[in-house]
Design a protein around this ligand. Structure first.
Ligand SMILES: CCCCNC(=S)N1C[C@H](O)[C@@H](O)[C@@H](O)[C@H]1CO
Length: 649
């Protein structure tokens, strides 16, 4: 065929295709109020979706998890966008590597999954400060999640960066985002500031146009203050809730249109010191089937939970401060290690009664690896590395300053003062108004004295000579992600009291522990420090090769108390073996170097190490270990009232 004939063929083909394939200008996702359903490109559509948080999964594993979700019969994936994950400092943005939201959107497209996006600005999610950046609290009087001008200015600045990037990904623009949530369960917050919600709705419309479906999500008790005219109202509830009653309540806000449960709980979150949470397969599948029979669109929260790596876990306030565990397994259909569970197959079976599920098997569980026991060597007490941990030197203040006041968002800060007179008889050391946020490891002249803990442990008894160094290492256990209208400042919120003396003249050392571990691996500093007796905050480390091709594994720290772990410089998260219920930390195989290379593991043990400082890697997780029930002490340090046993979850 002559070249010019050849040339015209593709254009003919193209012309034909453009007639067949939906084009950006004919792509649509709308609410059909006449028939109580969604329409996708004009055809009736119901989404069966699952939540997966890209910020809890290493990027290299995104495709695997999304593929498994598609093979489970889902046609959509729902996820939040944590503001604090992408704007670490005001005006500084990070969309790289495992924070590349747009790479995740592309992976969802490749997995043939539509997207339900929830950019907040507040997201809850058991995530640090519910996704809000801690630097907002550098204005201590800011009123979060309200029309406070300082808060709105920061929100506007963030969304003016994020939402224009989202715009091309909207379904009618050729992307895969079919709907976008405004705020998150605002009705549960209590501020009920409708000018704030109207501001957000206006901002989303201005930056995303008028075609995209905007919606809200609230629990049954939150619909009044969480819903807003012009935003489609959806609800969330779990298997044990009364679906008929709750959907009837929803109909008061959305008399017509599809019923939507935006968070159908397939499991639940875990707190340190509380029993491991599960939801039974029959309960989850029964509720799902009942909703699908009604024609409702459902998003299962979580379908894959993942992990709170680093310092990213949040906390709840239910009578007291309850930090979320490092594992966000959530007893979800896909386990933290990415393995299909019986719950997944049961859900897939239910979905198959209502719509096509992809043929073919789910991938088998990933290979798992056991290693060890491995002995760790002592690198030195944390105080031995102070120059490297705080190279810029301490900040001096008469009264202690918060993490936020010294621009330290996460992790640890050392507070130091000197005794102005000798304390020869044990004197009570405490911080008024429950002012330890959240755990304090106390040392006198480098000797570990014990721990103070928010809500839990309010006093210690100390002695010391005049001029002795009193060091208080403060651990930020993660800011409240739910349950409080007040800002969760971290650090020593009040000057501590020793005996009858209010301690003043403090040095604050914001600690860059991750930098030390990453760049000046502690055991390279041994020459410059002589490990003292291993008590209190202390670094341990070792190196190890993996055997053959290796696999996912679960770090087990028998006999260790509480601390932080890094593998090859990656902050794996917190461990709290003594308190439980989580006893192992998930170690994804991609974090480990292949056979022949040496891997490095570093622990910062905050309290006490086992007689034999060993660790193991198991081939299975332990998430429901014995819980060392945490007792709640009276708030006033003086009274020694009998602690109350905390009820289970
Ligand atoms: C103990 C209640 C914690 C509040 N959170 C609730 S109800 N949830 C709703 C919230 O929207 C979601 O982000 C998650 O936080 C989920 C619990 O996993």
């Amino acid at each position: 065929m002559a070249p010019q004939k050849l040339l015209c063929l593709p254009s003919l083909l193209l012309l034909l295709l453009t007639r067949l394939l939906p084009q950006a200008d004919t792509r649509s996702f709308v609410v059909d109020r006449d028939h109580d359903r969604f329409l996708l490109d004009g055809a009736p559509f119901r989404y069966v979706s699952g939540s997966l948080h890209y910020f809890r999964v290493p990027r290299v594993l995104w495709a695997d998890r999304l593929f498994k979700m598609r093979m489970s019969g889902l046609n959509a994936v729902q996820f939040y966008v944590p503001w604090n994950y992408h704007e670490p400092e005001p005006g500084v943005y990070n969309f790289n590597a495992s924070r590349d939201l747009f790479a995740f959107l592309k992976e969802a497209t490749l997995a043939n999954l539509l997207v339900i996006l929830r950019p907040g600005p507040y997201i809850c999610a058991e995530w640090e400060m519910g996704g809000l950046p801690a630097w907002l609290l550098r204005k201590p009087k800011i009123r979060l999640r309200t029309s406070d001008p300082d808060f709105l200015a920061a929100v506007d600045s963030w969304f003016k960066v994020l939402l224009p990037k989202i715009h091309p990904w909207l379904y009618h623009n050729g992307g895969n985002i079919i709907s976008i949530q405004v705020e998150n369960e605002y009705g549960s917050y209590g501020a009920c500031d409708m000018s704030y919600m109207r501001h957000l709705a206006g901002l989303f419309r201005a930056l995303l146009g008028d075609k995209i479906l905007l919606f809200t999500t609230d629990g049954p008790e939150g619909l009044k203050c969480g819903s807003l005219q012009g935003l489609y109202t959806t609800i969330d509830f779990g298997p044990a809730d009364n679906m008929t009653k709750i959907f009837a309540l929803l109909r008061k806000y959305e008399p017509r249109g599809p019923l939507v449960n935006s968070e159908y709980y397939t499991g639940w979150l875990d707190y340190w010191g509380q029993n491991h949470s599960t939801r039974s397969v029959p309960a989850v599948t029964k509720g799902l089937e009942n909703m699908l029979k009604l024609g409702a669109s459902v998003n299962m929260y979580m379908f894959h939970g993942g992990t709170n790596f680093g310092y990213w876990n949040g906390a709840d306030e239910k009578g007291r401060f309850l930090p979320i565990t490092t594992s966000y397994d959530y007893d979800a259909p896909i386990s933290e290690a990415g393995d299909p569970t019986p719950k997944l197959f049961a859900i897939r079976n239910v979905i198959s009664k209502f719509q096509e599920v992809p043929l073919g098997p789910l991938p088998p569980p990933s290979p798992k690896m056991m290693l060890g026991p491995l002995s760790l060597h002592l690198d030195g007490n944390l105080l031995a590395f102070l120059d490297f941990l705080c190279p810029q030197g301490p900040i001096h203040s008469i009264l202690p300053m918060t993490f936020e006041a010294v621009n330290q968002d996460h992790g640890y800060m050392l507070y130091r003062t000197y005794l102005i007179h000798t304390v020869s008889e044990p004197a009570q050391f405490w911080v008024p108004n429950n002012g330890v946020h959240d755990r304090a490891y106390v040392m006198v002249d480098g000797v570990f004295q014990g721990v103070l803990e928010r809500n839990m442990k309010h006093n210690l008894f100390l002695t010391g000579k005049k001029g002795a160094k009193l060091d208080v290492l403060l651990e930020n256990m993660g800011r409240l992600s739910f349950g409080s209208n007040s800002s969760d400042f971290k650090g020593l919120l009040e000057p501590p009291i020793l005996g009858q003396t209010v301690l003043t003249q403090w040095l604050m050392f914001p600690l860059k522990v991750d930098n030390l571990v990453k760049w000046r691996f502690p055991n390279q500093l041994l020459k410059s420090s002589h490990p003292q007796t291993p008590s209190g905050p202390t670094f341990y480390s070792t190196t190890f090769p993996i055997l053959d091709s290796g696999g996912d594994t679960f770090l087990f720290l028998p006999g260790w108390t509480k601390g932080q772990v890094w593998i090859n410089g990656f902050n794996l998260g917190r461990y709290w073996t003594k308190r439980g219920p989580q006893q192992t930390l998930y170690v994804p195989r991609p974090l480990l170097f292949p056979r022949g290379a040496l891997n490095k593991i570093t622990l910062l043990e905050l309290e006490n190490v086992p007689l034999r400082p060993q660790i193991q890697f198991l081939d299975r997780p332990i998430l429901n270990g014995t819980v060392h029930k945490t007792h709640i002490c009276s708030l006033s340090a003086e009274s020694a009232s009998e602690p109350m046993e905390l009820s289970g979850h």
